[in-house]
Design a protein around this ligand. Structure first.
Ligand SMILES: N[C@@H](CCC(=O)N[C@@H](CS)C(=O)NCC(=O)O)C(=O)O
Length: 137
């Protein structure tokens, strides 16, 4: 359970402490299509393609990468911050439309904290991708 102070900080947008992350994927084209669709509602665009790697990000800054021809790291959980609950809903619908598998419909998860609103979709390799909004609405 998140403390009140941490919850206030994330609600104010102070959660961006990791610069970028990368996942090994088994099929770059399939995963690129999935992430293009699923992350579009979150404002993510394909920003970089190089040597078996694809980078996605917002505002011109890639912070989420997928890589092929590398060992798969096993199912990994990545949560992307969403500005509002409607965007979480849109992410979940877009992720399913892009070939992802449902891992939890949009909704409050009060066991994390009272305003925690998330949705979960599995990517083609089984990675657990989430959009989350921490703001009270
Ligand atoms: N199906 C669950 C997914 C929850 C989930 O994946 N939670 C993340 C943390 S926000 C996680 O990695 N949980 C640990 C686990 O599932 O083992 C739901 O809809 O709530």
């Amino acid at each position: 359970m998140m403390s009140e102070g941490v919850r206030d900080a994330v609600a104010e947008g102070e959660w961006l402490v990791i610069d970028h992350v990368g996942l090994g994927v088994s099929d770059l084209d399939q995963s690129t299509a999935f992430y293009r669709g699923a992350l579009d509602p979150l404002g993510y665009q394909l920003l970089l393609e190089r040597d078996g790697s694809v980078g996605f990000g917002r505002n011109g800054k890639p912070d989420f990468f997928i890589h092929v021809n590398r060992p798969l790291s096993g199912p990994t959980h990545i949560a992307i911050a969403s500005p509002d609950r409607a965007t979480v809903d849109a992410f979940h619908a877009a992720g399913l439309a892009a070939g992802g598998r449902d891992n939890g419909p949009p909704g409050l998860r009060p066991h994390y904290h009272q305003h925690y609103y998330g949705a979960f979709v599995l990517d083609p390799d089984g990675n657990n991708i989430e959009a989350v909004c921490h703001r009270p609405q």
